[in-house]
Ligand binder design. Structure first.
Ligand SMILES: [Zn+2]
Length: 230
């Protein structure tokens, strides 16, 4: 509880950290603390900074996708490029289609922003699934590992995960990121089929199919908010 609000947060215990840090972004509150930090101290600090935290969270909420205006010419992202939503007034609502840099969406009621959003999301999911499937095939071929299924998740807090039964889940939102970052996430998840951890060996496995992984990881950490707007 912070003030009167119930606030979830992600807690990270960082052995190298000497003090507590609070970060707020569109995913929510993250707290990084030194390894041995008592709950009492943590709660006291959270309360001490509660006004700041709540204000930051309110700022982020104001920019959330719920506030993205779903209308003709709304700018969206697709594989790192900016595309424009074009609403085509039409009774028969066939699927959206990307033509050059324009996403054509036949729609009966151009003022129904909910329906626009959900149909654009449907298009994103289909595009994401097709693209991710191809890239998984590519990277799993390089490692000669078998992926049983590629699934889409709706996550906003992680790009993907991989289970030992060969199922890779990736958030459809990642399709908004540039090719090379999508490739990094997929190479990372596919590499987990060889090493189910984040050990030094794991990163060597990643390196063998995606040599520039350090750069990509940094870039993704810096820019990820852009790909979570929707
Ligand atoms: Zn991982």
């Amino acid at each position: 509880m912070l003030g009167n609000a119930e606030v979830d947060f992600i807690l990270k215990r960082n052995p190298r950290s000497k003090r507590l840090y609070f970060y707020v972004d569109d995913i929510g509150l993250k707290v990084s603390v030194p390894l041995r930090t008592s709950d009492t101290l943590l709660n006291r600090e959270l309360n001490r900074h509660s006004a700041w935290i709540l204000r930051k969270m309110a700022d982020w909420n104001a920019q959330r996708s719920d506030n993205l205006v779903w209308q003709h010419d709304t700018a969206l992202r697709y594989l790192g490029n900016s595309i424009k939503l074009k609403l085509i007034p039409m009774q028969r609502e066939t699927s959206a289609e990307l033509v050059a840099e324009e996403l054509m969406l036949p729609i009966a009621d151009a003022n129904d922003s909910r329906s626009i959003q959900s149909r654009v999301e449907t298009w994103y999911r289909k595009a994401a699934h097709d693209w991710f499937q191809q890239r998984v095939t590519h990277f799993s071929g390089l490692h000669q590992v078998k992926v049983n299924r590629v699934c889409l998740s709706n996550a906003k807090t992680s790009w993907g995960n991989c289970s030992s039964d060969g199922i890779i889940r990736i958030t459809w939102r990642l399709i908004q990121a540039p090719h090379h970052l999508v490739d990094y996430v997929i190479a990372h998840e596919v590499s987990h089929l060889k090493e189910m951890n984040h050990s030094k060996r794991f990163w060597q496995v990643v390196h063998s199919i995606y040599p520039d992984y350090v750069k990509a990881r940094l870039e993704l950490n810096k820019t990820y908010r852009r790909y979570l707007l929707i």
